[in-house]
Each structure stands twice: as C-alpha cells, then as structure tokens.
Design a protein around this ligand. Structure first.
Ligand code: IPM
Ligand code: MG
Length: 360
C-alpha cells in the first residue's frame, strides 16, 4: 500500500534543504520501489505570506492525511513583529506539534568519526559519542497558560509564562524515555530544576516512581545547570536524557555542537501511536538563507528516521545513513562542518553526493 509523506519546507534555509531531501527520497523511492507519494504543504512564514496564517486549515488536512510529515524549519525576521500567537514559531510549528500531539521528541546526538575535528571539544571527549535526548514537546513553559505581556497595576509592562506539567504528561514522556533506554544502554538521566521549581519537583517524583517498573534501567537525576556543564565536561557519561520542553530545547543545541554542527542533527516528534513528524533540530538560519551553503544532512537524516520509525522501512533508512557516511568519508563538507583538508561543498552538491552514494 502506498504511503503518503507530507513535506513542509517552511522558511529560511528550509526550501533549499528540502529540495535536497526531496532528491534523496525520490531516489530511494525509485531504487527500492517504495511506493511513497510526496506532497508539499505550507507552514510558518511561507504560509503566512501565501495563505494568511502560519498553520492554514489546508495544511492541517494534509497533516492528518499523511502517514508521516517531514518539516524543515520556520521563522525569520520578516515575521518577528507579528503578534506572538501569529508568528511562524508559535502559530505554525508549536501548533502542528500540539494539534498532532507530538509529545515525544527524540533527538539523537551522534558523533560521526569523520567529524571529530568539527566538534568544539577534544576528540577524546567526544569520540564514539551517542546520546539520545528525549524532549517533551507539547507541554511545559512553551504551552502553559496563562501567558502574555500585560501592564501591571503600576503601569509597568511585564511578560509572563506558566511552567506547568501534569502527572499524566510526565508519565507519558517518561514511558518513552524508559522504553528507549531499554533498547539502548539502559541508562537514563532525568534533567530538572527540582531544587527550585515545583513543577520539576513533581517531574522528579513521577520519574522516580516509574523507575520501579524498569528495574534494569539505571536512573539518575540532574539539575539542568549541572547537566549543561556535564554535557561539556564529560558528554560520554550520558546514554538517554529525558527532560521537559525548554530544557530539552537548550540541551539539544549544546549536544549538537559536541557532534560538530547542529546541521547534522535530526529529530523525530512522535505521538502516542508512533506516528510522527520529522524535523532537523536546527532553525531556519535566516542569516545564511538563499546562499546555497546550508547543510542538508540533518534533514536528510530526519528523513531516514522517518523511514525507520513511521514507515517501517528500516533497511532503506540504513541505506540513507550509510550514504551520508560515505559522503563524509569522501571528505565532502558544507561550511558548518568544514575543516582544513576537506572539500567544501554547497547545499546542492551535498544532496547530489548523497544521491550518488545511494546509487553505488
Ligand atoms: C527547536 C527549535 C524550536 C523550538 C523553535 C524554532 C520554536 O528551536 O525545534 O529546537 O524551540 O522548539
Ligand atoms: Mg531549538
């Protein structure tokens, strides 16, 4: 039976990297007779410009009809002066995540040996690095109500957000984390700020309670400030990290740099049934958009995750990942992962090289 994939190129570097992902998917579709149907949709600033809102009704329909969604990135200075709820990030990306209930965000940070030089840490600290950050994606301070900017009694403006998790939300993401840990190194570190924030005191209590059901998993807890430090001090101590929405956002960027570049990091955002949206961890990088220098590999690797997790095509995902390794072996690097002695390539050349490696 044919599978439907919805591609949402979004903004900034999104369209350029999506084009390369598209090439890769067209290639595997043909090469392995996958019978995948592709469709494109509008989200973010592009959707505001063309359809009047960051997450138009038509895109919502397309999302529901799709077996999996591949999203590039959204946002840019052009839309930064809109009211918060209408902006590409809140009105587009957060809306999709929330309406599709994609609460489980898996962000693997793996160091490709070929890129050890590109890491900001010494090679011995990062060689063999393989961390998985499980980030809660549809709750916490990103979504808590009330939120806003108001004028207080003294006539002074104040901005406010609400950091809230209920125990069901914590259990739901905790389950993903424990189960993922079971399939990996059986080590789970839950990151919170339980020395200060009640919401994470509850978080810690629930995760601790859940650990009784997973006696094989070695559970530890860490405050987020320490976790940030440990990620840079000795990143290989981690296997799986589970944390809330905002801490996960921050720690996954830090973890990205350990692997050389955020341009290499894919992610999967899954609902309770495992249906998902796949997105690179990076943003829309408006400063380099349109120059043909963005790294398409995070999104190509996100497509591989999609084939594996949502489309039941793990062997093809393996092929794409092997093709990415092959181009790295050839010394091809986009600007973000370039180091002396390697060959600097454009976005398009990188996509072409992955396709060529697949054909071999
Ligand atoms: C991410 C991004 C988004 C987030 C932005 C673009 C809203 O930084 O996916 O990590 O904060 O979740
Ligand atoms: Mg982020």
């Amino acid at each position: 039976m044919s599978k439907k994939v919805l591609i949402l190129p979004g903004d900034g570097i999104g369209p350029e990297i999506s084009q390369e992902v598209n090439k890769v998917l067209v290639q595997v579709n043909q090469q392995y007779s996958l019978d995948i149907e592709f469709e494109q949709g509008l989200v973010g600033g592009a959707a505001i410009d063309q359809a009047g809102s960051a997450f138009p009704e038509q895109t919502w329909q397309q999302c529901q009809a799709a077996d999996a969604i591949l999203l590039a990135c959204v946002g840019g200075p052009k839309w930064d002066s809109l009211p918060p709820a209408e902006r590409p990030e809140i009105g587009g990306l957060l809306q999709i995540r929330s309406r599709l209930e994609l609460f489980g965000n898996l962000r693997p940070a793996i160091l490709y040996p070929q890129l050890a030089d590109a890491s900001s840490l010494k090679p011995e600290l990062v060689s063999g690095l393989d961390i998985l950050i499980v980030r809660e994606l549809t709750g916490g301070i990103y979504f808590g109500q009330p939120r806003g900017i108001r004028v207080n009694e003294d006539g002074v403006r104040e901005g406010f957000n609400t950091y809230i998790y209920n125990e069901n939300e914590i259990r739901r993401i905790g389950k993903v984390a424990f189960e993922t840990a079971m399939k990996r190194g059986k080590k789970l570190c839950s990151v919170d700020k339980a020395n200060v924030l009640e919401v994470t005191m509850l978080w810690r209590e629930i995760i601790e309670d859940m650990s009784k059901d997973y006696p094989e998993v070695e559970l530890s807890h860490m405050y987020v400030d320490n976790a940030a430090m440990q990620l840079i001090r000795q990143p290989k101590q981690f296997d799986v990290i589970v944390t809330g929405n905002m801490f996960g956002d921050i720690l996954s960027d830090a973890a990205a740099m350990l692997t050389g570049s955020i341009g290499m990091l894919p992610s999967a955002s899954l609902d309770i049934t495992g249906k998902g949206m796949y997105e690179p961890c990076h943003g829309s990088a408006p400063d380099i958009a349109g120059q043909g220098i963005a790294n398409p590999l995070a999104m190509i690797l996100s497509a591989a995750m999609m084939l594996r997790h949502s489309l039941n095509m793990a062997p093809v995902a393996d092929k794409i990942e092997a093709a990415v390794e092959a181009v790295l072996d050839q010394g091809l690097r986009t600007a973000d992962i370039y180091s002396q002695g390697s060959v600097k390539v454009s976005t398009q050349q990188m996509g072409d090289a992955v396709v060529a490696a697949l054909k071999k």
